[in-house]
Write a protein of this length. Structure first.
Lengths: 107, 119
């Protein structure tokens, strides 16, 4: 089973700043099969990025993903107030399709 | 607009069974794989199970293998999760999720149904 470790656990930033979230896999993720999700309290999770760098439908271009192998990054170029949430990475290269433990992005 | 509405959650004693349902609309149901993902109180997301468009492929997390069974009825646009031998650690909010296609990426999610396993 691939274990995903996200860092930092909590990231404190202000609107307008740049956020960089990391996701490290215990073994290589085949085919760059890595996705990122945003989750706010009381809401359904939202797909942001798949294939490591492809934005999902309707996702603003301030969200970008990069990486391959075992190291992946989600970057939010200029934080908006609505971006403060918990972010999860997920690998879908091999079953079981594991999530990271999450990074909480707070003001 | 894609809509996924889960139902069937509730309070159940350890060792008992429960069946979750997910009613889908707003897309061509039998074109997509579907999944169940859960979130225990205060914890992160955990993929539970997934099923391909024609039920030909299913997958389970190790934590539920042998106890949970996923199924779908394409004529009724519905997804199900039969949960047997429930344990306290199965307590969670269970989300139904639509795949991006058949990729095991969770494109759209329902609001979830809460399962509490306790005596």
């Amino acid at each position: 089973e691939i274990v995903l470790t996200q860092s930092p656990g909590t990231l404190s930033l202000s609107p307008g700043e740049r956020a960089t979230l990391s996701c490290r896999a215990s073994q290589s993720v085949s085919g760059r099969y890595l996705a990122w999700y945003q989750h706010k309290p009381g809401q359904a999770p939202r797909l942001l990025i798949y294939g490591a760098s492809s934005r999902a439908t309707g996702i603003p271009d301030r969200f970008s993903g990069s990486g391959s192998g075992t190291d992946f990054t989600l970057t939010i170029s200029r934080l908006e107030p609505e971006d403060f949430a918990v972010y999860y990475c997920q690998q879908y290269g091999s079953s079981p399709f594991s999530f990271g433990q999450g990074t909480k992005l707070e003001i | 607009e894609v809509q996924l509405v889960e139902s069937g959650g509730g309070l159940v004693q350890p060792g008992r069974s429960l069946r979750l349902s997910c009613a889908a609309s707003g897309f061509t149901f039998d074109d997509y794989s579907l999944h169940w993902v859960r979130q225990a109180p205060g914890k992160g997301l955990e993929w539970v199970s997934g099923i391909s468009w024609n039920s030909g492929t299913t997958g389970y997390a190790d934590s539920v293998k042998g106890r949970f069974t996923i199924s779908r009825d394409n004529a009724k646009n519905s997804l199900y999760l039969q949960m047997n031998s429930l344990r306290p650690e199965d307590t969670a909010l269970y989300y139904c999720a639509k795949d991006l296609g058949s990729t095991w990426v969770f494109e759209s999610w329902g609001q979830g149904t809460l399962v509490t396993v306790s005596s």
